[in-house]
Each structure stands twice: as structure tokens, then as C-alpha cells.
Ligand binder design. Structure first.
Ligand code: UDP
Length: 420
């Protein structure tokens, strides 16, 4: 199949771990590469965020990334990108006009959905042929608003434009079952939604291999973009709670954020806020901020810790728990969003209620002294990702959705095919 993807802010080529580059970048890159390995041809369109980027960059066999000029050729915050979506659609449609339209377009995040629908309409007006559309939201404005309230900086138009993308796309791929309920609350027809999770690179994230760090005390890790909604402060509070209960030897490493400068200092407002909280709670010396770790070095860090803690306020999917499970490390996870599907309570980790430091402390208090339990949970985690979350199976399931749409929705060129 000849497939286009649009991922306006999340380039598969971006550096991971900063404020705006995380799971979506991984998802788009790995899905495209896995489709390429199947023999599909994938072009990923993204917004050019630096003048020196080549127009077309090969990502792997059968996969290329196209940097479309849409707005200034410099980083633009995700929440300020909406005005550039018309230019992105124009660029995509122009590329299709020059090189031939794809059999299907798969958009990622609501603004890319707008650009996809726009590019499809332009192409249909030009050729009469209709390119089918699949959309993956990755995150929903309705959920973000519920949790972030006034701190949500999404453009006001998201409230009505995002559901429109859901209504107008031919099919939706949701990444977890919780999202299906959220979509139906937005009035999006469940019949056109298929749940296909994200995957994890099982070769990179292996249970066996070197450990990057050696710890003398029990140590847990939080990994991800350093933003308030990831709930790192809850884990710091849990450490203080454990100390109050007399367990004062647990260390926390926090991975993500900016690269450590030459001095080793991390210039980041959110890290400064978290460090202040840790000091105020008397656990300042228990928490270490490592900054961004390149993904290829992450497995050796994950294998070094006794547990990974993922306790976001909400989580559309959450690839980090899969990465921990793939490394054979148990996960303490808030029972929210995708973490309810991926982490099996009592089997691959422990669930805790959202925003509940005492519950995190309880879970760690049970898990950390029990090496046999941790090993059993880690083994079960590895087995689970091997059976459910390979990118190959994610790509096969996604390709089946594409195939169905190409056969049923695509309208051929006037005068061509199907006896016209
Ligand atoms: N990541 C990384 N280095 C870091 C922090 C994060 O490579 O220092 C990667 C991590 O391995 C994962 C992704 O960023 O693949 C985060 O994805 P997730 O779905 O957990 O969270 P999101 O960023 O989408 O909210």
C-alpha cells in the first residue's frame, strides 16, 4: 500500500524527552518503519521546524519524512501551530499532485487531522478521486481540559474542531479502550473506531543486558517528558510518606527534560519546581534528576532500577510502561487511560488510584522489600509485551484497517476502474 501519514508537531526524526517530543514521535516512527518492513510505502509529512532540514529524509526501507514549510522554519509550540495547518495541507496536496496521491492518509493528533481532511478535499477537487482517511488522536482536548482546567493552553477552536476531525475521518484508530468511551462522549461513532495499541521495540528494550547504574539503596524511576501532568510530584510525596513510615532509604531517579549542561545543571522550570517540593518535604537528597537520556541508553537505565513509577493525572497511552515491562521491570501505574490496558494489576505491576501519593507509598512499600515478587512481575511484563505489543503486530492490525478502507471507501478517478 502507498500510505501518507501527517504528524504536524511530532516528527519521527525529533529528539525525544523534551517538553513536546514523546510517545507520538515514537508511535509515528515505529509504525511507519514496521509498515515499511511489511513492504508498504510510507511518506510522513511534518512541519519544518528548522531551515537547514532537507525536504525529504529517508527514515528506513520504504519510509521517508517530508519536511513541509508551513509557518516559520523554527520550533513553534504545539498549541500555537493551528494557524499553519492550511499551509501544511497545501504542501501535502502539492506533493501528492507532483508525485501521485496515496491510497490512504493516516493523520496523528487533531491538527494533522484538519490538514489531512483539507489535503484530501483539495485533491478530490483536482482529480475527482477520494483518498480515505484514518485518524489517531493520541490525546484528546476534552480529557486535557478536564484535568488541566485553566492551565490548558490549547487553542479555543480545539473544542469544536477536534470532534469534527473524528466525525469526518473515515476511520479512527484509538490506542486504548478508555479512549473509545471518551470518543463516544464527543459524539464520534464507535462503529468506525478500532482499538490498536502502541508497541515497543523488543530488541532495544530487552530484559537482559547491561545496567547503566548501580545503586546501594532501593531505587525507583520516573521516565518521560517533564511536565506537571506526569505526576512526578506525587512520587516525590510518596517518598516523603514512606520516610514518615520509617522507610527512609528509597531513592528516585527522574529521567527526561533538557540535556544536562557541562556543569551537570538542568535549566528547567519544572525540574526546579520538583526539586523545591522534594526539599520542602525533606527528601531533597533522595531525588536525582538525570535529564534527557537518549532512547538507546534508556534500557540500561530501566534495568538498573527496582520499579518504574508512572502516575500521571491522565495518559492517552503511555509507552514508558511498555518499555519498562520489556526490560523486565515491574511498573507501579496510576489506573488511568492506556495504563489500565497495558499494566495488569498484580501480574505485571501494581495499579494505584490517580493522584494518590499514599497509595503509591503503599505499593512501593509492598514491592521494594520483595525481590521475588518484583522478578515475577517483571517476567510477566516481558511475556505480556512479547505477546501483545510488538510493532509488527501493531502494523499488521493497522494495515488491516487501511486495507478495509481502501477497498470500501476510496473512490477511483472518474472514468477509471470499476467499469466506469
Ligand atoms: N524518552 C526518551 N528519553 C527521555 C525521556 C523519554 O527517550 O529522557 C522517550 C521514552 O522512551 C518514550 C517516550 O519518550 O518512548 C515517551 O512516551 P510516552 O508515551 O510514555 O509519553 P508521552 O511523551 O507521549 O506523554
Amino acid at each position: 500500500m502507498k500510505i501518507s501519514m501527517i504528524s504536524e508537531h511530532a516528527s519521527p526524526l525529533a529528539v525525544l524527552g523534551g517538553a513536546d517530543a514523546g510517545g507520538q514521535n515514537v508511535h509515528v516512527a515505529e509504525l511507519a518503519l514496521a509498515l515499511g518492513r511489511r513492504g508498504d510505502e510510507v511518506t510522513v509529512y511534518t512541519r519544518r521546524d528548522a531551515a537547514e532540514l532537507d525536504d525529504r529524509v529517508p527514515l528506513g526501507p520504504g519510509v521517508e519524512v517530508v519536511n513541509v514549510t508551513a509557518g516559520p522554519a523554527e520550533p513553534v509550540e504545539r498549541d500555537r501551530m493551528l494557524p499553519h495547518m492550511v499551509a501544511l495541507a497545501e504542501g501535502v496536496a502539492a506533493d501528492w499532485a507532483e508525485r501521485g496521491a496515496p491510497e490512504l492518509v493516516h493523520s496523528h493528533f487533531w491538527m494533522s487531522g484538519l490538514a489531512a481532511l483539507d489535503a484530501v478535499a483539495r485533491t478530490e477537487a483536482r482529480t475527482g478521486a477520494r483518498v480515505p482517511t484514518v485518524h489517531t488522536f493520541h490525546a484528546l482536548g476534552s480529557v486535557k481540559r478536564r484535568h488541566q482546567g485553566a492551565a490548558d493552553t490549547s487553542p479555543a477552536e480545539r473544542v469544536w474542531l477536534e470532534p469534527r476531525v473524528g466525525r469526518e475521518a473515515d476511520a479512527i484508530i484509538a490506542t486504548c479502550t478508555d479512549e473509545v468511551n471518551e470518543l463516544s462522549a464527543l459524539g464520534i461513532d464507535g462503529a468506525k473506531t478500532t482499538v490498536i495499541p502502541c508497541g515497543v521495540d523488543l530488541d532495544r528494550f530487552a530484559a537482559r543486558g547491561q545496567r547503566a547504574l548501580r545503586f546501594v539503596r532501593p531505587t525507583v524511576a520516573v521516565v518521560g517528558r517533564i511536565v506537571p501532568r506526569k505526576g512526578t510530584d506525587l512520587v516525590i510525596s510518596a517518598l516523603a510518606e514512606l520516610a514518615d513510615r520509617g522507610v527512609d532509604d528509597v531513592d528516585l531517579i527522574v529521567v527526561g527534560g533538557p540535556d544536562a549542561a557541562g556543569s551537570g545543571l538542568l535549566a528547567d522550570a519544572e525540574i526546579a519546581r520538583l526539586a523545591e517540593i522534594a526539599c520542602a518535604l525533606g527528601v531533597g537528597d533522595r531525588v536525582r534528576f538525570l535529564g534527557r537520556v537518549p532512547q538507546q541508553e534508556l534500557p540500561a537505565v530501566l534495568r538498573s532500577v527496582d520499579a518504574v513509577v508512572c502516575t500521571p493525572w491522565y495518559e492517552p497511552f503511555g509507552i514508558v510502561p511498555l518499555e519498562a515491562m520489556a526490560c523486565g521491570v515491574p511498573v507501579v501505574a496510576a489506573a488511568v487511560g492506556g495504563l489500565q490496558d497495558t499494566v495488569v494489576d498484580g501480574v505485571t505491576g501494581l495499579h494505584v488510584p490517580p493522584r494518590d501519593p499514599a497509595a503509591i507509598a503503599d505499593a512501593l512499600g509492598r514491592l521494594l522489600p520483595d525481590a521475588r515478587r518484583r522478578a515475577a512481575l517483571g517476567r510477566a511484563g516481558r511475556a505480556r509485551v512479547e505477546s501483545e505489543y510488538t510493532w509488527t503486530s501493531v502494523a499488521d492490525r493497522t494495515a488491516a484497517v487501511y486495507r478495509r478502507l481502501i477497498e470500501n471507501v476510496a473512490r477511483p478517478l472518474a472514468g477509471a476502474g470499476r467499469g466506469r
